[in-house]
Every structure is written in C-alpha cells, then in structure tokens.
Write a protein that binds this ligand. Structure first.
Ligand code: SAM
Length: 250
C-alpha cells in the first residue's frame, strides 16, 4: 500500500474525515440492508472499513466484523470500537470461512483500479453472504458522473491543525483510473510539514459494477444515495448498488 494517508499519516485521518460526517450515510446503508435482507439482519461484514467511521454507527444495530488492508487504519477503529471484530485483509482475496447477513463496502472501492479487481471483490462479497443476505456497495465515483474537482479541508485538534488540498482528475479517459492528489499542511505547535500524497483510484461505468456482482451470482439493484448538502459539480455518484444473494445459492 503506497498511500501515506493509510500508512504513516493515519494519526491525521480523523481530522480529514470526521466520524460525524458518516452518520447519515450509515443510516442509509442500514435501511437498504434491512429492506433487502431476507430474515435476520444481525451480522455485518464491512470490507475496507478503515478507521471505522461507518461502523461507529452501524454497530448500534449490527454485530460488526471490520476488514481493512491497513493495520494502522484498523487500529484507529479498534481503539474506539472494541466491541467490533477487526481483521487485516484485502477485499479481493480475504476468506474468513464464514457467512454474514450483510456486507458493506463504501469508499474503499475507490482503490480497485483494474477490472480483475472488481471481479475478485465481487467473489469475496458473494462468498461471505449467506443465502438471502445482501450487500450495499457505494462507490464514490463512476465514469458517468466523474468530473475534475478540487476541495480544501481545514481542521484543528488541540495543538495540531491540518489544511488539505484534495485534487481529483483523470489524465486518460480511455483507461479505468483517475488520480487523487492530496497536499497536506500538517501543523504541530509552530512546526508545519507539507506532504504530497498521490492516490491511484479506479473509474468504471455503472455497467461494470453491476457485471462483476452478477458474475458472482448476485442479484443487483440500484438504490438512490441522496447527496444533500454537496454543491455540484462534486463528481459523486448519487446511487449505490444493493446486491442480494439468492436463497437457493450456497
Ligand atoms: C477512505 S478510507 C476508508 C475510510 C472508512 N470509510 C472510514 O470512514 O474510516 C479507504 C480505506 O480503504 C482501504 N483499502 C484500500 N484498498 C483495500 C483493499 N483492497 N481491501 C481492503 N481495504 C482496502 C484503505 O486501507 C483505507 O483504510
């Protein structure tokens, strides 16, 4: 993993992405799951759970297992959510040997850059759902709605302060990637460090997301994802995917 935000800069993560910003989205995921899952909807696996910002709210209604590629991101969640199970793993390859009522994958989907990654992720989701279970997948960006954006973030915490420029653009519209560049100014007391962090991100049409889940035997439906409060053009996709595992499958 090359992104510094998920390696040596994780101490700053919650200043950039505060937990309270995830409450509405977590409620949306929970409502979609309750409506899509057949039978009990108690056990939940989140892939790419990071610092646990979704889980912070989901754990009120679900028994959560949280998987992420970055042990340091998971440690942020573990410290705040000792009631959840935390496991290091890759959403393309992890196999826990058990099935859940529900699976959630949110913005970590951004880091799937090749078509094979999408299909591998689809198989992971299908293998971890019980028959009648359902998954919510909410990629922030799809080819159809992507626009170049730049955003400024500012936050403080005691004697620490953060200023960030986040700039997303697509150097080659013919491939399946865009790039997000972060310029962080990190202040501790009077000392300021400036860091450039480059993120490779995936960009696929909606049909590609549907295809990788259907190939894994799931039944896919699009679900509205309200983006109230975001000023257009923001580039976020205003829908998400709900994928159900048929009752007759294994
Ligand atoms: C934007 S952060 C997720 C933040 C999370 N929604 C939260 O609020 O804390 C993206 C996360 O995706 C994780 N990630 C990237 N690729 C992954 C993969 N293939 N499998 C699992 N996690 C992955 C990163 O380690 C990072 O923690």
């Amino acid at each position: 993993m090359s992104e510094r935000l998920y390696t040596d800069l994780t101490d700053w993560y919650l200043l950039l992405d505060p937990t309270e910003d995830h409450e509405e989205e977590a409620a949306l995921f929970a409502a979609a799951l309750r409506s899509a899952v057949v039978g009990d909807c108690v056990t939940l696996l989140e892939l790419g759970a990071g610092a646990g910002n979704n889980a912070h709210f989901l754990r009120e209604s679900f028994a959560c297992t949280l998987v992420d590629l970055s042990a340091r991101m998971l440690a942020l969640s573990q410290a705040r959510h000792p009631d959840c199970e935390h496991l290091v793993g890759d959403m393309r390859t992890v196999r826990l040997g058990r099935q859940f009522d529900a699976v959630v994958i949110h913005d970590a989907l951004t880091y799937l850059c090749a078509s094979e990654d999408l299909y591998a992720m689809g198989r992971t989701v299908a293998e971890h759902l019980r028959p009648g279970g359902a998954a919510v997948l909410s990629p922030d960006s799809v080819r159809e709605s992507f626009v170049e954006t730049s955003e400024l973030h500012a936050a403080e915490d005691g004697d620490r302060a953060l200023r960030t420029l986040e700039w997303s653009f697509d150097p080659d519209p013919a491939d399946t990637e865009f790039r997000a560049d972060y310029v962080f100014a990190l202040r501790r007391g009077d000392e300021v460090e400036v860091v450039h962090d480059h993120h490779r991100c995936g960009l696929f049409p909606v049909a590609a997301w549907i295809a990788c889940l259907e190939a894994a035997g799931l039944i896919v439906q699009l679900w509205p994802r309200p983006l109230d409060g975001l000023e257009p053009p923001h580039g976020y996709w205003d829908q998400m995917l709900v994928a159900r595992k048929p009752m007759e499958s294994k």
